[in-house]
Design a protein around this ligand. Sequence first.
Ligand SMILES: C[S@@+](CC[C@H](N)C(=O)[O-])C[C@H]1O[C@@H](n2cnc3c(N)ncnc32)[C@H](O)[C@@H]1O
Length: 237
Amino acid sequence: MEPFGGGGHSFEIAKKLQGTGLLIGIDRDEEAIEAAKKKLADFNNIKYIHGNHDEIKKILSELKIDGVDGIILDLGVSSYQIDSKERGFSYMSDNILDMRMDKTSSFTAKDVVNTYSEEELYRIINEYGEEKFARKIARNICEARKIKEIVSTGELVEIIKKSIPAKFAKDGHPAKRTFQAIRIEVNDEIKPLYETVIDSIKMLNNHGRLCVITFHSLEDRAVKKAFTDALRKMHMS
Ligand SMILES: C[S@@+](CC[C@H](N)C(=O)[O-])C[C@H]1O[C@@H](n2cnc3c(N)ncnc32)[C@H](O)[C@@H]1O
């Protein structure tokens, strides 16, 4: 089982499983599913699921599968999503503030930026972006939206740039951490992660393997805690 993204891992896994097993690919992004179907068209041992891996237990139960031999959770956003400018994930081009991985959801980055209180904005930018100028950025977003709704990534980038002193320019693009924070909030990437890992462990057959690929310390922390807790529970039972 794995999120398709560009279908990179799936290709190799499906190849190895040919004639012996089934690969279930779950992605919350319908475009990723469509791209994977094209890339993996030669395989007949793949099941494509548009869904959220947070619901792994429900998805497998609907497929009448009690356990699996391996799971890969390749977390976060794909380069395909970032490169698709109109999806609004990138601070490198001016587009609508969207950032939804699942386009069937109605909650977007525009909602976060224009409706969250200053305190909520501070909390997510500080916590999910680990941005030291979170307070100033949150305040400046609230000031700017009093004048006009913030609708584009370009407008947000300008607000962030004005909030960060020039001498910190060497810390990468000034909008990088805030965009990460808003994306995590829009897609609720951290809160369900601990339970997803616990549920995934429960769905493994004997000698099954779970592999989680993380991209930042927040994901890392949740995943390590879930593994540690699951191991402790196993030793106690
Ligand atoms: C890093 S990419 C996966 C790349 C893929 N493994 C490959 O080799 O090309 C992450 C993918 O996971 C999907 N994703 C992120 N969170 C998800 C979730 N909670 N449920 C399902 N899919 C998710 C994203 O839509 C994205 O397509």
